[in-house]
Design a protein around this ligand. Structure first.
Ligand code: C2O
Ligand code: CU
Length: 429
């Protein structure tokens, strides 16, 4: 059975199934612009991290920590990040998860660039997209390197002067599995967020692990205001129940601190890692409420009608398990024919989860719109994602515009599944 190391190696050596589209990725770079330049340096290195529970872990870090530094930029900035590899023997790359970068900047070892060897460096340049919550991680032997700690948050803020926000404060909560420890923002103890009654706190939840995390908010109603960095228009009903966040996904919640002064956000899969907002008395445990689902997002924005165009291309993908392989249409990476599109195509993709666990379906270089779930059209605000959580038995219809030429990976963001075969390419002809 092939593993991720092997497959990324193969993809690099042969470049065959990857490069068949005929587009050369290397020449596709960020356009020139006079936008403000934001420069960062990220150095990947082997580090012994002392966790706040006293444990020491052998981790791979960016700038000495895991998660690496949170990169904050503004919409439209020209982002320039130089990756240095101090001593990660297998090499390192950086993938900008959820950001529609030019293909050459996508960080796919063996496909869009060579892996950066110890002592080497590579500079990524791209334009910061719409404001939102994104993240970055190594895409060389991802399953291993993300698990070792090579990841961090990337937040794109609105341009100067365009804030219309009512939030009092905001906090990123990046969950990760590091060795046997579950961490939030690098801590094993949970997160304490300051807040006073009446404050509105924006919580940016990032699930960088391999398992779905179901979050509950106790003590206050909340609203999901963005998914995968994309605002939900008119989010509608306040929800007070559960939010399932698939591996790789981000949810932004808006929470108003109640009179009791305390809200607890937690997940059964991260029991010891609650996020506590405010310092008042114990929150009263909210009961009932409507189950959270895609269809609760309120009314559609009039500017965003459901695409009616006949798609130029359609693909059917079944995510499942075949013997020991996590498969797409019964095949594993290398045997799965790429989806071939042409620039300008309207593309529809039907994704079904036929078993083998939750499969968070991730597309590089593109944002897709979720049109329907189990053949029922989504009502309410349009939902745009880069990673879609699918559970067994579910079918989704997705729509994307082929507007970013290149060679792109499409894979399950349970990176163990990806390494077991659930990966393929989306290539431009
Ligand atoms: Cu965040 Cu190819 O992945
Ligand atoms: Cu999967």
């Amino acid at each position: 059975m092939a593993d991720m190391e092997h497959m990324e190696h193969v993809a690099g050596m042969e470049n065959s199934s990857a490069a068949e589209g005929g587009v050369s990725c290397v020449s596709l770079t960020a356009p020139d612009s006079s936008a403000p330049i934001r420069k960062f340096d990220l150095t990947a290195a082997r580090t012994t991290l002392k966790l706040d529970n006293g444990k020491a872990v052998e981790a791979w870090t960016f700038n000495g920590s895991s998660p690496g530094p949170e990169l904050r930029v503004k919409e439209g900035d020209r982002v320039v990040v130089t990756l240095h590899n101090k001593d990660i023997e297998d090499g390192v790359t950086i993938h900008w998860h959820g950001i529609e970068v030019p293909c050459s900047q996508d960080g796919i070892a063996g496909v869009t660039q060579d892996t950066v060897p110890p002592g080497g460096e590579f500079t990524y340049t791209f334009i910061a997209p719409a404001p939102g919550t994104y993240w970055y991680h190594s895409h060389q032997m991802s399953s291993i390197q993300v698990g070792k700690g090579l990841l961090g948050a990337m937040i794109v803020e609105p341009k100067e002067g365009s804030e219309s926000d009512t939030t009092t404060s905001e906090t990123t909560a990046l969950y990760q599995q590091l060795g046997s420890s579950m961490l939030v923002n690098g801590s094993t103890q949970g997160l304490a967020v300051p807040g006073r009654p009446g404050d509105i706190v924006r919580l940016r939840l990032i699930n960088s692990g391999n398992e779905t995390m179901e979050f509950h908010v106790d003590g206050a109603p909340f609203r999901v205001v963005a998914m995968d960095g994309h605002d939900l228009h008119e989010p509608g009903q306040l929800a007070d129940t559960m939010v399932p966040i698939g591996a790789g996904q981000r949810y932004d919640l808006l929470i108003q601190v109640p009179a009791t002064g305390k809200v607890v956000v937690g997940s059964p899969s991260a029991k010891s890692l609650p996020i506590t907002i405010g310092s008042g008395s114990e929150p009263h445990h909210s009961e009932g409420g409507q189950p959270f689902s895609f269809v609760d997002y309120g009314t559609p924005s009039p500017n965003d009608p459901i695409p009616q165009v006949q798609p130029d291309r359609h693909f059917d993908l079944e995510l499942g398990q075949t013997l020991f392989v996590k498969s797409i249409n019964g095949k594993a990476f290398g045997e799965i024919p790429p989806m071939i599109v042409k620039e300008g195509d309207h593309v529809s993709i039907t994704v079904s989860n036929v078993g083998g666990g939750d499969h968070p379906f991730h597309v590089h270089g593109h944002v897709f719109r979720v049109l329907s779930k189990n053949r029922v059209a989504l009502r309410g605000s349009p939902v745009y994602l880069d990673t879609l959580l699918t559970k067994k038995g579910e079918t989704y219809e997705l729509y994307l515009e082929a507007d970013n030429p290149g060679l792109w990976m499409v894979h399950c963001h349970n990176l163990k599944h990806a390494s077991m075969g659930m990966s393929m390419m989306l290539n431009y002809e």
